[in-house]
Design a protein around this ligand. Sequence first.
Ligand SMILES: *Cc1c(COP(=O)(O)O)cnc(C)c1O
Length: 244
Amino acid sequence: MNDNILPSLAAINARITAACESAGRNPGDVRLLLATKTVPAARIRLALEAGQTLIAENKVQELKEKFAELENISHENHFIGHLQTNKIKDLLKYNVTCLQSLDRLELAEKLHQRLLLENKVMEVLIQVNTSGEDSKFGVHPAEAVALTRAVAGLKTLKVKGLMTIGLFSADTVKVRDCFRLLRNLRDEIAAQQMVGVEMKELSMGMSGDLETAIAEGATIVRVGTAVFGQRPTPDSYYWNENAR
Ligand SMILES: *Cc1c(COP(=O)(O)O)cnc(C)c1O
């Protein structure tokens, strides 16, 4: 494995800048989040030392394993994986500031109860399944507004926007439809001016489709492979409920 991630980091940042320029957007309005599943802490550290500030895991177990080694270097932790309610307590031990994968009311309610007990608050994004694929988590688009409204009633949860995983397809028109759907939902929810809901983030776009996502208004792009290289574990391990 090539240990030097600096060229790939520079290349990703150049892609983000170019995509912003094509879309007439300010590169400062798009944050790069490093998706660090399967990546050893030492390599994540290299990225943080190179000036990256935002990382995210998919599994609480990996968050826990890497926590000590990254604790003393300044960065922000989000969580982007499917969260089982029995992992909430653990999640709260590791300074995660934003749960990007909030996809059901049961999870929101249990998280809220635990946060109340610990006298904490947490930022959340509502994850929407914009591709219609069974393998992907997220609330059905038709239920996104109602879920957001319900979560808004839970005072420990600060809704900051929406997240999605686009369709995996070489057909950029179809991929773009997913991202446009998320943006339209964001606008629809923002127009309702719900108390406690700030629709500022659109977390969408990954290694293969970040240009398309930026064209549709992404404010956070989540990149793993293009920075760290291919993962040894298939994504179905992270994205499929039945996989262990
Ligand atoms: C792994 C992962 C990413 C990054 O995917 P790459 O294709 O490796 O860039 C983004 N979002 C989520 C939710 C992920 O699990």
